[in-house]
Each structure stands twice: as structure tokens, then as C-alpha cells.
Design a protein around this ligand. Structure first.
Ligand code: MOS
Length: 685
């Protein structure tokens, strides 16, 4: 149990976030958003804005600063007059104060040639198409056997469609950049990002700079959930504003503007067909997904990919179809793909359990597999069944009524649900250095990111263990693109990817250490690219089991999650304290997905209506009563030197299904469109 090393710095305010760097002579940017959903900007009248005292510049597509590099998609800021979605950044004002910039942004007069936007996702959309791949590198479709025929011939059939709404990542710290474009042509970005190396290379490319001319500093980040995993237009805006004014410029995307400009989880329409024999053995699994992308660039969420690894069945199909709409480009949100996909699959498995009369845990155990059903590869380790059994014991599953809709406590209806969970154990090449200092301490550097996960602490533990040193003698420095190149804090791959580079650098340093450290110190470095190429072929995934007990008020339809338990098998857990936080944080986000979170599209104007956390509901303390996470000791030699799998995302996967299945068990009502709200339940309650 190790407290996070920066906890004191954070609670005392000593830890600096992007907006807080004390750079002199700073100016502030404010953005203007498109007020139509589709069309062309015909004119931008900046006169009133420029008349305001303290306004330094107005930037827009009318007079666009050239980017000089290769700017694509959402990052080609102000490079076109086309409005691709309502809320798109079309202009920006730079002012001496934030208030001046905001007021001037309001005074910018934009005229449009307006068309009506196409924003409604539907399965029969004429523009529906098959993407070449789904995020990050998966085929859009897979299949084996004769899934349609096998389904039709199955003794028990579940054929259901689930929908999930658009959901918006809302990290506490908004997307923030302090850009300082100095006279010598170098650009320093204090940025709120999940990956300083990624921002460095992307922004260098966009502005046609050498990588050495861009430095990205991000030692502390107030959350991201994927929305800060790739640079957003806000970074380009800040850099452009700094270059145009010759001043350091701060730009924090206001919460109200985040809903259009910082990414979100695509809505999905998912048809699940499960065909089984009377004993519940799956004969056919079909998972067909329709989801949206924008006209600006393609984002293809990998929604059906977990269905490719979960259960044995000789006949199977997964497919993804996209519809290009006049909407902001969707992006990553905690466990993109697995989260909505496992909601649908694990809800359908619950429906199959009801249809066959088999206990939902037993049904999953009967369909477990020791090989990846599609690739045929052995799993490096797979402890789904152990998680289900351990969770059943701890949660008191044995006392659950087999039939739904039976248990009442006063005016409350009570039910229990279960769902499985999975997430891939990704790993990417990384670099690190380790230094022995003459004073007996050690310094490890890598451009990793700690977005609130505890990454800094985990890496320090890993370095200290490898160096066989006390934790206090080891300093791990992260969050700076001038450190060895690192991949993003994403795909739950940070600890595995960065940690391996740290281990290898520390091992190399130990090999060099021979007696006293010279006055200038001693340094060793590592690059894990070669090591990763040589890995054996295994299907590497973490697994888990989610349990929920809910009460539903029979008169109001109010749903409360009374208890929740997650049991995970995710390799070796490096720091139990932070790992537990990751798991219960993910589960809490799963409660939000099940019951609260929903971005509502205004089909006439073409925009998500939500603007703040009063309209976009996330679970508050009163919604999170008793959420507990635990894990099985798992020893897997096929992963990395630490033996770890990722833990950042698996906590949310399956959580919404567990809650939805519990609601069904409590009430006998199956709501197949998230979130499950009182309004949807009441008519049948
Ligand atoms: Mo996470 S959505 O892979 O940053």
C-alpha cells in the first residue's frame, strides 16, 4: 500500500496544472463556436470585438493563420469555411484578460450560408458504410461458421437490440493549454494531456516544426478518460494565438464548450443474437453494431471486439457500420468499444439466462473458453470463472431468487445482477533513462503521464524494486516531452508499457554500476521496441466479474445501487491502494452509464444540448453507496517483467450491464436503451 507520491503536493496546491504556470506577460484566448449545424461561414465581422480595449487579435477562417504543416481533421483549425457541426471552433479572440477575451468573443459577428444538419443516428441511414478498420487496428467484421443458419436452428434464441447514448467525458480539469511561442521559434506547451510525446509530435507536424522545437510539459493532469489521449483543436488554438500575438496564451476550454470540442463516446445501436441449446451452450453469437462518426474525420469505435473473445460458439459474427453525420467527431472514452459492447453482450447473456432458466453465472461458466474463440490463440491467463465464483461467494449470490420480480422491502423492489468484464492487456514500445546520482539517489525519466491514476507512484515502485532501493531514494520524473519518448496514458497500457522501459533502464543501470558513482552521475537508457517484437503469440486480456444489487422504488421508479462488487483478474497488482481506486472509479462511471449519463441531440439545431454537470449527470456521493473492488492474485509469465495487466478501464466494463440486469431482476422489466431512468421504467412498474 503506497500513498500516491504527489498527494501532498496536490492537496496543498503546490502541484501545478497547465493553467497555473507562472509565465509572465500572459494573454488569454476565448473561442467562438459555430451557431449552425452545417454550412459555410460567409463573413466574420471582427470590428466590434477589436474595438474592445485589451483585445489583441481575432483569428478566424476569414483571415486564417497558416498552419505551415500537415493539419488534418479536427486539428485543421480555421483552415476552411465549412461548418461541419454546431459548436465547432470557427474563431478565437486573444485579450489581455480572460474577461476581455470572453466578451470580445461574444462580439464577433459571424454570418453563415446555412444548411440543415443530419444528426440522427439510425440503422437505415442511406450513408451507412463499413469502415476499413475499427479503433485501433481491428477488422470491422469477423465471422466463423454459419451464424445466421445456426441461430435460426438453435433451441433457445435471444434476438435483441440495445442502444447506448452519446456520453461525454467530463474530467474535473477541462482541456487546457498554456502556449508560449518564443521569438527563437520554439514552442512550449503546458498542456493537460494524456501523452506529452504525442502532443509534441502532433503539434510539430501541424505547424511544420521540428520535434526539437516543441516541448510539452504536463506533470499533473486532472483527469482525461481518453478525451485527452489525442490533441484536441484547443491545443492548436492556443499555439496559433501565441504565435499571432507574440505572447504566451492560456486557453482552458470552458465546460460549456467541451461538449462539442473535446470528444465523446459515440451512441451505438447494437443487435445481439444468441442461439443456444436447452442447456445454455452457445451455438451462435451475432453482434452487429451501428454507430456514428463525423464528416471531419473518421472515428470507428471497436464496439463488438469484446464479443470476439468472451465466449465459445462455433458460429459467430461481429460487424461494425458507421454513419457519417454532421456531429463532432467521437473519440475515446474509458474502455472505448468494450464499455458499450459489453453492456450489450452481457445484457443479452442475462436474457439468455432467463430464457434457458439457467443461473447467469452458471451460463457464463458453461460457455467459458481456454482459447481465444476467433484467433484460436491460447490466453496468457484467463480467470473469468474464478472471478465469477469468488464474486458470487462474497456478494451472497447464493441467496438470490431464481425468478425476477419477487423480492420486495416495503415499497422497494430488490434485485441482483451480474455481468462479466474484460479488457485487452495492451503494451507499446517505450523509452526511459535511469540515473545514479552522486548523492546516492536515483532519477528515472520517461515522458509518461499521470492523469490521476497513480502512474507516477506505480513507476516509482517498479523502479525501486528493480534497483533494489528504498522508495525514498528513487525519483521518477514524468510528464515532459523532453524526457524519453512514451506512449499515451491510454488503452490501460501505461504501467505495462512505461513500466517495462523503466525496468529495462534500471537493469541496464545496475549492470553499469560498479562501486562509487562518478561526480557527474551514471546513466543508462532503454528502448523496448525490439523486446516487444519478440513476444510470443498469446491472447492477452484481463477479466472480471461485476455484481450489483439495486432497489427500485415501486411508486417513483427511482433506482438506487445499494451494493456493488467487482472481482478482477488483471495480472500482478503493483499498488493495491491506487488499483482499488481505479477499479471503483471505473465501476462508479459504470453506474453513471447505467442510470445517469446521456448527451441529448437536438435534432433541429444539431448539437448536444448538455452544457454542464447540472445537465450531464454523473454519479455523486449519494449515488455511490457501497462499491467495493477486489482481485485475484494472478501470475502470468507472458505479459511483461512486472506481470501486470492494465487496470484503468476494466472497472467500467460490464458495470452498466450488471446494474441493468439487477434492475430486471428486481422488476422483471428489461430496459434496452441506456440510461435506465425512472421515466423508462414507470410505465411498466
Ligand atoms: Mo483510454 S479511453 O484508452 O484513454
Amino acid at each position: 500500500m503506497t500513498e500516491r507520491l504527489e498527494s501532498r503536493a496536490k492537496v496543498t496546491g503546490e502541484a501545478r496544472y497547465a493553467f497555473e504556470y507562472p509565465v509572465g506577460n500572459v494573454a488569454y484566448a476565448a473561442a467562438v463556436q459555430a451557431s449552425v449545424g452545417r454550412g459555410e461561414v460567409t463573413s466574420v465581422d471582427t470590428e466590434a470585438a477589436l474595438r474592445l480595449p485589451g483585445v489583441l487579435a481575432v483569428l478566424s477562417c476569414d483571415d486564417a493563420p497558416r498552419l505551415d504543416g500537415d493539419a488534418q481533421g479536427e486539428l485543421a483549425l480555421f483552415q476552411s469555411r465549412t461548418v461541419s457541426y454546431r459548436g465547432q471552433f470557427i474563431a478565437a479572440v486573444v485579450g489581455e484578460t480572460l474577461e476581455t477575451a470572453r466578451e470580445a468573443a461574444r462580439l464577433v459577428q459571424v454570418e453563415y450560408a446555412q444548411e440543415s444538419p443530419d444528426v440522427r443516428l439510425r440503422t437505415d441511414h442511406p450513408g451507412r458504410y463499413k469502415p476499413d478498420k475499427v479503433n485501433p487496428v481491428f477488422p470491422p467484421d469477423t465471422g466463423q461458421g454459419e451464424p445466421d443458419t445456426a441461430f435460426d436452428d438453435s433451441a433457445v434464441r435471444v434476438d435483441v437490440t440495445y442502444t447506448t447514448p452519446a456520453e461525454h467525458n467530463n474530467p474535473m480539469e477541462p482541456h487546457t493549454t498554456l502556449a508560449d511561442w518564443s521569438e527563437d521559434g520554439t514552442l512550449t506547451l503546458y498542456d493537460s494531456t494524456q501523452g506529452s510525446s504525442t502532443v509534441q509530435s502532433t503539434i510539430a507536424r501541424v505547424f511544420g516544426l521540428g520535434k526539437a522545437q516543441v516541448r510539452v510539459v504536463a506533470p499533473h493532469v486532472g483527469g482525461g478518460f481518453g478525451s485527452k489521449g489525442s490533441p484536441r483543436p484547443s491545443v492548436v488554438l492556443a499555439a496559433m494565438a501565441s504565435r499571432a500575438t507574440g505572447r504566451p496564451v492560456k486557453f482552458a476550454v470552458p465546460r460549456q464548450q467541451m461538449f462539442a470540442t473535446t470528444g465523446y463516446r459515440t451512441p451505438t445501436i447494437q443487435r445481439l443474437k444468441l442461439g443456444a441449446d436447452a442447456e445454455g451452450h452457445l451455438n451462435a453469437i451475432l453482434h452487429d453494431v451501428v454507430e456514428q462518426t463525423s464528416t471531419v474525420q473518421e472515428f470507428a469505435e471497436q464496439t463488438a471486439t469484446p464479443t470476439r473473445v468472451m465466449y465459445r460458439a462455433p458460429n459467430r459474427r461481429t460487424s461494425h457500420r458507421l454513419v457519417r453525420l454532421d456531429v463532432p467527431t467521437p473519440s475515446w472514452m474509458r474502455a472505448p468499444g468494450e464499455t458499450p459492447g459489453m453492456y450489450a453482450l452481457e445484457s443479452a447473456m442475462d436474457e439468455l439466462a432467463v430464457a434457458t432458466g439457467i443461473d447467469p453465472i452458471e451460463l457464463r461458466i458453461r460457455n467459458d473458453t481456454d482459447r481465444d474463440p476467433e484467433s484460436g490463440l491460447p490466453f496468457s491467463s484467463r480467470n473469468l470463472v474464478a472471478c465469477l465464483r469468488e464474486g458470487a461467494d462474497r456478494f451472497g449470490w447464493g441467496g438470490r431468487d431464481p425468478m425476477p420480480g419477487i423480492r420486495w422491502e416495503g415499497r422497494k423492489r430488490i434485485g441482483m445482477g451480474v455481468a462479466a468484464s474484460t479488457y485487452p492487456a495492451y503494451m507499446s514500445p517505450n523509452q526511459a533513462t535511469a540515473r545514479a546520482e552522486p548523492d546516492g539517489t536515483f532519477t528515472v525519466r520517461i515522458a509518461a503521464a499521470d492523469i490521476g491514476t497513480g502512474a507516477r507512484t506505480a513507476l516509482t515502485l517498479i523502479a525501486a524494486e528493480t534497483l533494489k532501493e528504498d522508495l525514498r531514494n528513487v525519483n521518477v520524473e514524468i510528464g515532459d516531452s523532453s524526457f524519453p519518448k512514451a506512449t499515451v496514458a491510454g488503452g490501460s497500457s501505461g504501467t505495462a508499457s512505461w513500466g517495462t522501459a523503466v525496468v529495462r533502464a534500471c537493469e541496464a543501470l545496475r549492470g553499469k554500476l560498479n562501486g562509487a558513482v562518478p561526480p557527474e552521475g551514471l546513466e543508462a537508457s532503454a528502448d523496448t521496441a525490439e523486446e516487444l517484437k519478440g513476444r510470443d503469440e498469446y491472447a492477452r486480456h484481463a477479466f472480471g466479474a461485476q455484481f450489483a444489487e439495486v432497489e427500485v422504488d415501486a411508486d417513483t421508479g427511482e433506482i438506487r445501487v445499494r451494493r456493488m462488487l467487482g472481482v478482477f483478474a488483471a495480472g500482478r497488482i503493483i499498488n493495491p491502494m491506487a488499483a482499488r481506486s481505479q477499479f471503483i472509479g471505473g465501476m462508479t462511471m459504470g453506474i453513471g452509464m447505467a442510470l445517469l449519463e446521456e448527451s441529448v441531440m437536438d435534432e433541429e439545431f444539431g448539437d448536444y444540448l448538455n452544457r454542464d454537470l447540472a445537465q450531464y449527470h454523473v454519479p455523486a456521493c449519494a449515488d455511490v453507496r457501497d462499491v467495493e473492488a477486489t482481485w485475484l492474485e494472478e501470475s502470468d509469465p507472458h505479459l511483461n517483467p512486472m506481470g501486470s495487466k492494465g487496470i484503468g478501464e476494466i472497472g467500467i466494463v460490464g458495470a452498466a450491464a450488471a446494474v441493468g440486469n439487477a434492475v430486471h431482476h428486481a422488476t422483471g422489466i428489461r430496459i434496452r436503451a441506456l440510461p435506465i431512468t425512472p421515466a423508462k421504467l414507470l410505465p411498466d412498474l
